[in-house]
Design a binder for this molecule. Structure first.
Ligand SMILES: *Cc1c(COP(=O)(O)O)cnc(C)c1O
Length: 390
């Protein structure tokens, strides 16, 4: 590249203070520094590697304790957790479910697993997640409230639920979100896949909806290899979540009796063993991630043309992935910046493509998503592994 812009060079120079040349830096790598080996070895030694075992039970109890919910149910991955959340929120075929236009594809995919229709919503600049004010005024135009819920005047379909997602660990404004849901009779489901360790006004994410989904994929703040969880403060829903993720089998010593359609979505014990060890480390991980974010913020303070994304004032974020926004007038330099950083061993990526640009979602209903489109053009994620905050 011959036409390196001034901005890119200054940016690279600033980042080198945190990320020296000797190494390369993936976007997010896991850290195993605690009891991971010991607990996984115990599974192998005892033969308890599969879908039941003491680590599954312990992981669910520890996760509920950390997040403050009544019940956590461990599942195979975050996408399955979202599917379960939607099923248990009575999302019916042909219902619409409001999801952010700017999210990881799993949020929208899970809606289609219920034969429902994703309906895309714009983002807020202060959180990167759903803008509850914009959603409120949009629903006041297109929504019609009937006895059994909110209907879309344009499509005639019921709008059953909304799924705010806490982007990169920054929380949506949940007080406002809860108000919108009450006003329009919508079920509230949190996609908390990225936000373990993130708090809104002192309360952990996943506590605001009647049901929430988490992910423990390899690139998340803590990992179980692959894994997820359903969180709820409703004991009955918690029991149902366990039931339908266990093939809806009626517990019995030998009989195979099932009382509804179920799924094989349980998290294996060997994955939960990893999860128990990672949960022990989580408070330290979050501290280190927040320290890393502060280092980035300082290092980038005086770099022209870029702005480090800082948590909204009501949130204490886990800073799962650190993000910068290029100024609007240099948005077209994004791919050049990405190329320069990746060439230099600095694993950086753009935010996801907007959901409605994908062929399978192009005809879905949506509001005007001009903020999401603008963020989508200008955002770059930077290396965010826990160890970088040490
Ligand atoms: C990671 C992620 C998921 C899905 O989790 P998996 O465990 O990979 O299935 C869902 N939603 C969002 C926003 C995510 O970032």
């Amino acid at each position: 590249m011959v036409n390196k812009s001034l901005n890119t060079e200054k940016l690279l120079y600033a980042l080198r203070k945190l990320l020296p040349t000797e190494e390369s830096y993936p976007l997010h790598e896991p850290l195993f520094s605690g009891n991971e080996n010991k607990y996984v070895q115990e599974c192998i030694d005892t033969g308890w590697v599969s879908s039941v075992g003491k680590f599954v039970d312990r992981f669910e109890v520890d996760l509920a304790a950390y997040t403050g919910v009544k019940r956590a149910v461990a599942v195979v991955n975050g996408t399955a957790a979202l599917h379960v959340c939607l099923l248990l929120s009575d999302v019916q075929p042909d219902d619409e479910v409001l999801v952010p236009a700017l999210t990881f594809i799993a949020t929208a995919n899970a809606v289609t697993y219920c034969h429902a229709v994703p309906h895309f919503v714009d983002s807020a600049y202060n959180t990167l997640g759903i803008d509850p004010d914009a959603l409120d005024s949009y629903l006041s135009e297109i929504g019609e409230i009937r006895a059994d819920g909110c209907y879309n005047r344009k499509t005639g379909r019921r709008i059953r639920a909304v799924v705010p997602m806490h982007t990169f660990g920054h929380t949506v404004d949940m007080d406002k979100m809860v108000n919108v849901c009450e006003k329009y009779k919508l079920a509230l489901i949190e996609d908390a896949a990225e936000s373990i360790g993130s708090f809104y006004k002192g309360r952990h994410t996943g506590n605001f909806a009647h049901i929430a989904a988490m992910s423990f994929n390899g690139n998340k703040t803590i990992t179980t290899g692959g894994g997820g969880a359903v969180l709820t403060n409703d004991e009955e829903l918690g029991k149902l979540a366990k039931h339908i993720t266990t093939q809806a089998k009626i517990p019995h010593r030998w009989a195979y009796a099932h009382d509804r359609i179920g799924y094989n979505y349980r998290m294996p014990n060997i994955n939960a063993a990893l999860g128990c060890a990672q949960l022990e480390e989580l408070p330290r991980f979050v501290e280190k991630k927040r320290r890393l974010a502060e280092k980035y913020r300082k290092a980038l303070e005086d770099v022209p043309g870029v702005k480090f994304f800082v948590e909204p004032e009501f949130a204490k974020s886990n800073y799962w992935l650190n993000a910068i926004l290029l100024d609007k007038d240099i948005a077209n330099e994004r791919d050049h910046v990405l190329e320069t950083l990746n060439d230099a061993g600095i694993g950086s990526r753009p935010i996801w493509e907007l959901m409605y640009t994908m062929p399978m979602f192009k005809d879905c209903p949506r509001m005007d998503c001009k903020v999401a489109e603008d963020i989508g053009r200008r955002l770059i994620n930077l290396p965010s592994s826990v160890r970088l905050g040490e």
